[in-house]
Write a protein that binds this ligand. Sequence first.
Ligand SMILES: [Zn+2]
Ligand SMILES: [Zn+2]
Length: 290
Amino acid sequence: MRVVSPYFNSKSYIWAKGNLHSHTSISDGLYTPQEIVNKYASNGYDFLMISEHDMVYEPNGMDSRGMILIKGSEVTLEGPHILHVNATNNVFHYPDRQKVINEIVEDGGFAIINHPNWEENFNHCPQALLEALQNYTGIEIYNGIVRRLPGNPNATDRWDLLLSKGRIVWGFANDDAHWEETFCVAWNVAQVEKLSLECILDALKNGRFYASTGVEIQKIEVKDRTFHISTRNATKCAVISMYGRRIFEVKGKDIVYELEEDLGFPYIRFEFWGEGEEQAWTQPFLIDND
Ligand SMILES: [Zn+2]
Ligand SMILES: [Zn+2]
């Protein structure tokens, strides 16, 4: 049995915090691009993507306030929304979302399926479509604006369904910032060797990050079958596995978990809860059971 961790084990690294989903007054957001950059920078963010609807925004001439700005868009019209991360060119909103994903990849970027549980039917992106689509990097397991809209901001249910069927997709938490209450509520924290666009994209593409709404993970270590994860402020930690079942839980801010030899499940992942709505989610650790 072998555990495949997406995280650095011993290498020295820094944590970089960022949001990949924000709208400005150029589309339907309340603030100008520079105002948004100022907001995130003053809240301690290291990277940010402005993701206008069906349009790649060129941040030329903007003061990045020390953050790494990632170019992107949200493919919106005619189907479930998809984030185009690290965009060079606009990708057309083809109703065939596979075509959208293929073009995003050809453009040198990667795709994240947005807010699957949004809308009154809790089904903005049907599970059958999530399963049929190929070559996307992740899904939003938490979307900040859906707190204020019909549906469920949380989509770990969709994620566990995919992971249980052997799909490798990463879980992202994003604000989907439009107006005041949707800023700085959900983010991703990447393990990077240095603060550069290249390192951040590499971490996000390869699952070397965790998603958060407030719990801060400080250390993730895997040695053989033993996991040590420390947080600054969790009050409860749990191990989640196939089809969402919770196989271990412990109170406090740290967790030490030894994987059972004969678990027989393809992955485990860790969830943390803190005060109020604070949570954090690691990416899945894949288990090679042969
Ligand atoms: Zn959207
Ligand atoms: Zn959006």
